[in-house]
Design a protein around this ligand. Sequence first.
Ligand SMILES: [Zn+2]
Length: 314
Amino acid sequence: MEGSTGRHSPDPAGAVLREVSDGIFAYLQPDGSWWINNAGFLVGRRGVVSVDTCSTERRTRRYRDAISSVSPLPVRTLINTHHHGDHTFGNYQFAGAAIVAHENARQAMIDYGLPHSQSYWTAVEWGALELEPPFLTFTDALSLWVDELRCEIRHVGTAAHTTNDSVVWIPDRGVLFAGDLLFNGGTPFLLQGSVAGAITALRDVVKRLDPETIIPGHGSICGPDVIDATIEYLYFVQAAARHGRAAGLTPLEAAQEAELGAYAELTDAERIVGNLHRAYAELDGAPPGAPIDADAAFRDMVTFNGGRPLACHA
Ligand SMILES: [Zn+2]
């Protein structure tokens, strides 16, 4: 499955499959921008465990082919790290699997529904999707065994990227599936979660696991340095929000004024606008994950992007 890692590769055939530890595979989809996620799976003697699916029918079919290239065994368990469609729209292609997630992920996926026309992104060929929410839910943590290998599915304890983020931690191997708590090479996105919560989750949960190998929700495999880099970005967002609010700027104006520096090189840099909407709400006292006007934030992100829809190559 080695393929192109071009910066904007709309072709799902460009995905890369890597065995990061014995029987543990990462499925990486370049370039990790909007709706182009990573997934992965663990192969046991009697079945396969998948962590997440993909956004479009075509991408999830490719992902299933990648699993089949390694094992003829069925996927018996499917874990969703959170409810976002790039990680869950493909769930329906895993008939027979128990679909597991934090209980807020189930409701959030039902509330969002199937992809609907949204002018914020460029058009996507979704294929014939069916909504298949997680139906085995938990509130704190679950242990899942792949033969003798213990996998810990842990909710991070606070809203962070969303209200329902879990990580999959395999302590014996030092391997972590981080979901969208981490974007390697992409701009973190906290609009539907919490900037403050993400800092807490990364510092007090993810970092303390002391992972050696991290499969982020988007971007290439990384080590723990990306945790620190992400926390730094989140502090940067909070500082820009404090500065912008004190100066009487809107979140959009604060984003336009912010010196992104190296962060401008991350994919989907317009997420700074959504992140500032969330950080402003938190300065106003909104608890982590409280509903805010996401449509207003997306409209501002399009404005920040020169009035063009956000580039989606899914
Ligand atoms: Zn996400």
